[in-house]
Structure formats: C-alpha cells, structure tokens
Design a protein around this ligand. Structure first.
Ligand code: GLP
Length: 242
C-alpha cells in the first residue's frame, strides 16, 4: 500500500522529506539511512544542512548507504554520486566519511563489489529509512524497466532515456556512463520504511503507474506497492494524473 502525501510544490515536498529524515534521526540517533541522488532531493539535503549548521540536528551516529553509483567514475569525478553526496550533504553536514557508503563503481570485480555492499548493509542492521527519487521511466535507484523483484546490488545497463535525462549534468550525452552499480529491488524493499519524492509534470505518468498500475518489471517503482511502509511525497504537478 502506497501512502500519498500531495503537497503544492517542490519546496514543500523537500521540506516534508527533510522532516521525515529529521524525525527518523531524532527518534533513533544511530539510524541507518538509505540515500538517493538526482536533482529532486537536492533541496531536501540543503534543508538538512541548514538544520545541522544551526545546531538543531546531528548525524554523528548515523550510517548511510546510497542507492547507486556510475561505473567507471572515480569518487573525485564531479559527476560521480560520491562527489554529489560529499558536496551536497556529507561535507557541509559534518559526516565522517567512514559513516557513509556508496557502491564502488571503480571496483575491478563489480559483481563482488555488489555482494560486499549487500553484506555491509546487512551488517549495519539494515536500512531504517530509504529515500528514493523516481525516474520518468519508473526507475528507482538505477533499476530500469525489466528489473526483477528479486534483484540485488549489481551492475546494470542504463536505459537510453536515463542517459538522455542525466546528460544535463555532463558536457554531453556521450560522457554519461553506460553502466551503473545499483541496489536491487529486493535490497530496497528490505528497508523498514521508504519515502519517495517526485516533483514536476515529467514524473506524473510514472507516479500514476507506480501507485495505480499493475506491479510489473516494466514499472520498477510499482514493486513499492508490496512494501508495508512506503510514502510518496509528490507535488501537485507530479500528482496531476492521479
Ligand atoms: C537518477 C538516479 C535516481 C534518481 C532518478 C531521478 O538517474 N539514479 O536515483 O531518483 O534518476 O532523477 P532526478 O531527481 O534528477 O529527476
């Protein structure tokens, strides 16, 4: 069952999602958070940084696991998700990098890196709250259409539409990596609670199919219907087809 919170705009969605994270960390200081990248959660991270810098929140006991990373981009590459997380959240919010984890897209053996990532998540006690964005094609993490419910952290091919959508962050579409290492659908569904943020008209069709459509690998976010504690925070534009 997907709970829906429909809010007016991106700013209010960001405030709501930041609030979920604040509540989680206040309730359990040693929370394990699953984190997402992309344009959508950037403002929520900014709001969290403001709270930390104002002395109203501390991440000092928190452990984080990100959903995904491009294959072949080093952590120093400005478009890597390592760099994204360091600049938008980890550095300004005072994380010790040992608290944070992202898949190793530079690993010589990517399959083994995926298995190690799963083992690290399990050893942490599991993810308390997983934050998700949503691809316009319905992807969560980099689980593109076709991903199965049993999938775990693994190497995936990026869909053409994802390469095009993410080209805006690179000099050109040719520079977008073709492969990524991503948590699987099964990994994501093991989180104790999930909050997905989607804003803007470009996400409206995916939101409608994820919430109302059949559960199918054609729409990876539809697997979230099988999770007992999942909330979609969507703005009116993203909710316009519901
Ligand atoms: C990216 C990420 C996803 C993200 C999605 C939407 O490629 N791998 O985790 O949720 O696509 O991105 P955006 O928020 O920029 O629309």
């Amino acid at each position: 069952m997907i709970e829906l919170e429909i809010v007016p705009d991106h700013e209010s969605a960001s405030t709501r999602v930041a609030g979920w994270i604040v509540e989680q960390v206040r309730r359990k200081s040693a929370s394990v958070l699953g984190l997402a990248t992309g344009g959508t959660p950037e403002r929520a991270y900014e709001l969290l940084v403001e709270k930390v810098q104002a002395g109203h929140l501390s991440f000092s006991d928190v452990t984080t696991f990100n959903l995904d990373e491009y294959v072949g981009l080093s952590p120093e590459h400005p478009q890597s998700y390592h760099a994204y997380m360091r600049s938008r959240l980890f550095d300004p919010a005072g994380f010790n990098l040992e608290q944070t984890h992202l898949p190793d897209g530079m690993a010589a053996d990517l399959q083994e890196a995926g298995q190690q990532y799963e083992a690290l998540i399990a050893a942490s006690g599991g993810i308390d709250l997983q934050l998700l964005g949503l691809g316009a094609n319905g992807h969560i993490g980099f689980n593109e259409p076709g991903a199965t419910e049993a999938s775990r952290t693994r190497v995936v091919d990026l869909a053409g539409e994802t390469i095009d959508a993410n080209a805006r962050f690179f000099a050109s579409a040719e520079e977008v990596p073709r492969l990524a290492l991503t948590m699987g659908i099964a990994t994501i569904l093991e989180a104790r609670a999930i909050v997905l943020i989607a804003t803007g008209e470009s996400k409206a069709e995916a939101v409608e199919r994820a919430v109302r459509g059949p559960v199918t690998p054609d729409m990876p976010a539809s697997f979230l219907q099988r999770h007992p504690h999942v909330t979609f925070v969507v703005d009116e534009a993203a909710a316009s087809l519901l």
